[in-house]
Design a protein around this ligand. Structure first.
Ligand code: KE4
Length: 429
């Protein structure tokens, strides 16, 4: 596989951009080697600057559920852009997207549009703190909620504790307000909540974890979280930046029938353009300026071009049968990969929720970050590069999701499976 042009572009990029990328995971640090530079993308295919073409299972980390450069989405973007790209004043399309989200997502009575998932989460937590007049929050190890200071926190010593900074630059004082517990661990979480409930403003969770690899909630976990947060009047926030409109048109909350108090969205609702959103119960959302006292703002919030792309994407997703078809294709590829690993006698623990798939090179079950980290990430790196060389682009990290789009044809899926059969055999050694 020729990578000359990507290699030279990466060297140049590293002079002007820290690490040569605008988001760390793109740099291939977890799997080794240099990132490929993309020249163009269409449907399920991406092409790099050296002319290599790949079936894409990253889909820009989620937004491209209809595949790249969907003709209707492009048309909507061009039509909107011709009317101006940003007004800094309200426009009808923002209300249309807001109303579509309100209608689709069970927990959302009102929604505020912002520019990224990070901004959505950061703002939702501020509102929850104002609403409850409490300062602490609780998150789960291995769940990622964007890069706001108080969320870049990892578990301290012991399994469920006060957070410690997970990166330089986050003051200890911020981290101490963030409690951490193991995902899916009711016992450890309950202990922590009982101890800190009086000062807990919110518990934030990815209802299906997508940032430790894909780890579904164990049966009782989400319903239990809903009950205990109601009992202590803690705001339950579902971070559905990945799962929103991915695992169901109403998100994971519709799939699992557990309704949080607030929901954060991003990715798919912008159809590939910058967007985020947070919404929830009307009494909470009425706290937000200018309706209420909690300040939050954004120059490009509700941007008409991003909103047009999001509206068209959600309209396409509303078409009957879309999720059923995504489910069928996702099941096909999951079964194919599982069979390929079995044939090669490679331990491969698979997870899947709708078109969000995970695969860990380990024999034991993966239900939280600690067990995910026990998987053989070196073998994942070999799998990643083996697949890449044969034209399949997976996430350049074990701790991400494999995603499908409506543009992934059966033929592409069958091709991916046959490539995996070869690669599993190669990495067997
Ligand atoms: P952004 O600020 O990147 O739009 O969203 C942050 C975020 C919030 N919540 C969840 C559950 C998320 O997964 C994300 C961002 N996802 C990562 C990939 N898992 C984005 C990729 C990247 O960081 O480059």
């Amino acid at each position: 596989m020729r990578t000359t042009k990507s290699h030279s572009l990466f060297k140049i990029a590293q002079v002007a951009i820290p690490g040569g990328v605008n988001s760390p995971v793109r740099a291939f640090r977890s799997v080794g080697g240099d990132p490929i530079f993309i020249k163009t993308a269409k449907g399920a295919q991406i092409e790099d600057v050296d002319g290599n073409s790949f079936i894409d299972y990253v889909l820009s980390w989620g937004p491209m559920i209809l595949g790249h450069a969907h003709p209707n989405v492009l048309k909507a973007i061009i039509k909107a852009a011709k009317k101006g790209t940003s007004y800094g004043a309200p426009c009808q399309a923002e209300t249309e997207l807001a109303r579509l989200i309100v209608q689709a997502v069970p927990s959302i009575d009102q929604v505020r549009l912002v520019n990224s998932g990070t901004e959505a989460v950061m703002s939702a937590i501020r509102v929850a703190r104002a609403y409850t007049k409490r300062d602490s929050i609780l998150k789960f190890d291995g769940c990622y909620h964007g890069h706001a200071d108080h969320l870049l926190v990892k578990a301290g010593s012991g399994i469920a504790t006060l957070g410690i900074p997970d990166t330089p630059g986050v003051p200890n004082a911020f981290a101490r307000q963030t409690l951490t517990a193991p995902f899916n661990d009711i016992k450890a979480t309950e202990k922590l909540i009982h101890k800190h409930a009086q000062n807990l403003a919110a518990i934030i969770v990815e209802p299906v974890a997508g940032n430790m690899g894909v780890v579904p909630p164990l049966n009782e976990f989400l319903p239990w979280l809903r009950r205990i947060t109601q009992k202590y009047e803690i705001v339950l926030i579902f971070d559905e930046v990945i799962t929103g409109f991915r695992v169901n048109f109403g998100g994971a909350q519709a799939r699992y029938k557990v309704v949080p108090d607030m929901t954060c969205l991003g990715k798919i609702i912008g159809g590939g353009l910058p967007i985020g959103a947070y919404g929830g119960r009307r009494d909470i959302m009425q706290m937000i300026a200018p309706a209420g006292p909690v300040y939050q703002a954004g120059t490009l919030s509700g941007n008409p071009v991003a909103v047009a792309a999001g509206l068209e994407t959600l309209r396409q997703l509303k078409t009957p049968g879309v999720y059923k078809e995504l489910e069928r294709k996702s099941q096909m590829i999951a079964e194919g990969l599982g069979e390929a690993a079995r044939q090669a006698k490679i331990p491969y623990y698979q997870t899947r929720v709708g078109s969000m798939l995970g695969g860990f090179f380990t024999e034991s079950p993966v239900n939280d970050f600690a067990s995910a980290k026990k998987s053989d990430t070196a073998r994942y790196a070999k799998f990643f590069h083996g697949m890449l060389k044969k034209g399949v682009y997976l996430a350049p990290s074990q701790f991400e999701a494999m995603l499908l789009s409506t543009a992934h044809s059966d033929a592409k899926i069958k091709h991916t499976i046959s490539v995996a059969q070869q690669v599993f055999k190669i990495i067997k050694g």
